[in-house]
Ligand binder design. Structure first.
Ligand code: GRF
Length: 217
C-alpha cells in the first residue's frame, strides 16, 4: 500500500463538503492527496474551488452517454486513471449501477442529509418536517448497491425546532455535514475503518468465493 493515499472526490454542484474535506486534509496533514475532483456537470461551482487550490479536475457529463451503464463505465475509467484508494461522493447527484458500486466495494463513501435509515432519497428536510420528527441530521456511510443503505460510519444529530423550515434545517444539517464528512474520511485514511472495508470487499466478491468453496468441497 502506498504511503500517500489517493482520494477522488465526485461532485455535482456547490461542493461545500468537498471543500471541508480538502481543508481538513491540509490542516490535519493527512497522508493523502486529493488526486482529482470529478464533476458530472461542467457548471458545478465546486470546480472553481478545486482549480483555485491547484487540484486537478475532470468532467464526465452523463448526458453525453446513451445509458447509465455507459456513463458509469466512463466515470470508472476516469476515476481509475487516478489510482484511487478512496472515492468520496460529495453531493454527487447520480444513482450508480451495481457493477460500478461493486468495483469500489469498501472504498466508496457518501454523505446523506438525514439520519439513515430515515428518509433516503431526495428532499430529506421536507420529509423530516412532514414526518414531525424531533431529531434530524446527517449520515456518512459506505456505498452499496441499495441507494442510501450502506453501513453507517458516522452520524450527527440536531434537534428539529418548532419554527424550522426546510431551509433552516438544511443549513444546520450542512454545518454538521462539514464536521462529520472530513472526520469520516480522516478515519478511512488512518485505517480505522479497515474491518468494515474488509467485510464489504468480501461481500462484494461473495458469489465468487462461494464457487471457490464449492470447487474445493
Ligand atoms: C449535501 O447536503 C449532501 O448531503 C447532499 O447534497 C448536498 C451537497 O452539498 N447529498 P455540497 O455540494 O457538498 O455543498
Amino acid at each position: 500500500m502506498r504511503a500517500m493515499k489517493n482520494i477522488v472526490i465526485l461532485i455535482s454542484g456547490r461542493g461545500s463538503n468537498m471543500e471541508a474535506i480538502v481543508r481538513a486534509a491540509e490542516a490535519e496533514r493527512w497522508p493523502a492527496r486529493i488526486a482529482v475532483i470529478i464533476s458530472n456537470r461542467t457548471d458545478a461551482p465546486g470546480l472553481q474551488f478545486a482549480a483555485a487550490h491547484a487540484i486537478p479536475t475532470a468532467v464526465v457529463v452523463n448526458q453525453d452517454y446513451s445509458s447509465r451503464a455507459a456513463f458509469d463505465a466512463a466515470l470508472q475509467s476516469t476515476i481509475d486513471s487516478f489510482s484511487p484508494d478512496l472515492v468520496v461522493l460529495a453531493g454527487f447527484m447520480r444513482i450508480l449501477t451495481e457493477p460500478f458500486v461493486a468495483h469500489y466495494a469498501g472504498r466508496i463513501l457518501n454523505i446523506h442529509p438525514s439520519l439513515l435509515p430515515n428518509f433516503p432519497g431526495l428532499a430529506t428536510h421536507r420529509q423530516a418536517l412532514a414526518a414531525g420528527v424531533s431529531e434530524h441530521g446527517a449520515t456518512v456511510h459506505f456505498v452499496t448497491a441499495e441507494l442510501d443503505h450502506g453501513p453507517v460510519v458516522l452520524q450527527a444529530k440536531i434537534p428539529v425546532l418548532p419554527d424550522d423550515t426546510e431551509q433552516s434545517l438544511a443549513a444546520r444539517v450542512l454545518l454538521q455535514e462539514h464536521i462529520i464528512y472530513p472526520r469520516a474520511v480522516g478515519m478511512f485514511i488512518k485505517g480505522s475503518l479497515a474491518s468494515q472495508q474488509e467485510q464489504l470487499r468480501t461481500n462484494a466478491g461473495g458469489s465468487r468465493s462461494d464457487h471457490i468453496k464449492k470447487d474445493f468441497a
